[in-house]
Design a protein around this ligand. Structure first.
Ligand SMILES: Cc1cc2nc3c(=O)[nH]c(=O)nc-3n(C[C@H](O)[C@H](O)[C@H](O)COP(=O)(O)OP(=O)(O)OC[C@H]3O[C@@H](n4cnc5c(N)ncnc54)[C@H](O)[C@@H]3O)c2cc1C
Length: 347
């Protein structure tokens, strides 16, 4: 029997960010991963503190960014891979009214630090932009696909990942420990994203899956070095490739790409893009979203060494490090979880 401090189920953003906190505190762990979910590997990876539809900040934007960016920087060093691409986000204004709303938002105390007051009129003729763009500050993109792939390789090298489906019915509980296969653990943390729906210990929680699809296009004449936000995001990836997305579908929970999503994205894209392009890829994933737009973090009601880290929603890059740290402090330091994220709000 191998003794570990933690068993972690899932190595998407939630799982690996929790592993990072464990490493920092010299805790031993083993991860189970069955590659059934792909939200973290297909996601756009953007970090952006502003909700660009309504011009509001996201919950705890500054706290999340201040914590997250040094962690991704540290991961870049330990994995020896570039992950954080600092890139501005430009919000395309569809009307003068939107411009006015932007200026109003610039004056709000919590937003002013993230919004530039200068309206940008691009010289680039490949984008329809009569009313120009507003620039969001402090934004960027984490290459989450590379992060997840490199992190799993790193775990594999250290014999810390088991590429198998975790079978919930095979857990044995002793007074203070959890036995699973050949592992004896002090704690278990479930971080399965949408896979939570199969977890009998926590699937009473109101996870509301939101499927998202993204296209990759090749557009040699586009030549933009900023993320463009119109009705969809256009994210430069280098080599004239751009990611276009994403869709939001609350009914379809299949992992497959669809013609419907491709058509929807292309219709939206063609409203503002005026150059030739070809579609070279399409991906789909299920975002683990929650009705009240807050994560699902906490402890099982009866099994006190069983925990959940889920519900990262549409913004896992920013909120993941924040909630991973909170869960660790709760388990090891008995520090109470913030009420907004604690699953006991659903008891
Ligand atoms: C199209 C799209 C675009 C997005 N764009 C952005 C963006 O620009 N910025 C941003 O911040 N966020 C974005 N997101 C959201 C972000 O990707 C999610 O918040 C995040 O990936 C959730 O991570 P997770 O680890 O909770 O879930 P997941 O990534 O789903 O990871 C869960 C893992 O658990 C594994 N698993 C599940 N069940 C089991 C089991 N029984 N045994 C073993 N393993 C199991 C799965 O295989 C998976 O690897 C986007 C998501 C999508 C789909």
């Amino acid at each position: 029997m191998e003794k570990v401090d933690y068993i972690i189920v899932g190595s998407g953003l939630a799982g690996i960010l929790f592993c990072e906190v464990l490493k920092l505190h010299n805790k031993s762990f083993v991860v189970f991963e069955n590659e059934s979910q792909h939200s973290s590997t297909v996601g756009g990876g953007l970090y952006n503190p502003v909700v660009l539809k309504r011009f509001t900040t996201i919950w705890k934007a500054k706290e999340q960014l201040d914590l997250a960016l040094p962690i991704y920087h540290k991961l870049e060093q330990s994995l020896n891979t570039k992950l954080d691409y600092k890139i501005p986000v430009y919000r395309l204004f569809a009307s003068v009214e939107e411009q006015n709303n932007w200026f109003e938002a610039c004056n709000k105390p919590n937003l002013s630090q993230f919004l530039s007051t200068e309206i940008i009129y691009p010289t680039n003729t490949t984008i329809k932009s009569n009313c120009g763009f507003g620039k969001v500050l402090g934004t960027g993109r984490i290459d989450t696909a590379t992060l997840i792939r490199s992190y799993r390789e790193h775990l594999e090298n250290n014999k810390q990942i088991i590429k198998e489906t975790f079978v919930y019915s095979e857990i044995t509980f002793t007074i203070s420990k959890i036995i699973y296969n050949e592992y004896e653990a002090l704690h278990i943390v479930f971080a399965e994203g949408f896979g939570l729906t199969k977890n009998p210990f926590f699937n009473y929680l109101p996870l509301r899956p939101t499927k998202g699809e993204l296209l990759t296009i090749h557009a040699p004449d586009l030549k933009i070095d900023f993320v463009l936000k119109s009705s969809v995001f256009l994210i430069p990836l280098g080599n004239d490739l751009y990611r276009v997305g994403a869709t939001y579908d609350w009914d379809d929970t299949s992992p497959n790409i669809t013609v419907k999503a491709r058509d929807e994205l292309l219709i939206k894209l063609d409203k503002f893009l005026k150059c030739d392009y070809s579609v070279v890829d399409q991906v789909a994933g299920i975002r683990p979203t929650v009705k009240d737009r807050r994560p699902l973090v906490g402890q099982h009601q009866h099994h006190k060494n069983m925990y959940i880290l889920n519900g990262l929603g549409t913004r896992g890059v920013m909120i993941g490090p924040y909630v991973a740290k909170q869960l660790f402090n709760f388990v090891e330091g008995r520090k109470p979880l913030e009420t907004e994220i604690n699953i006991n709000r659903f008891n």
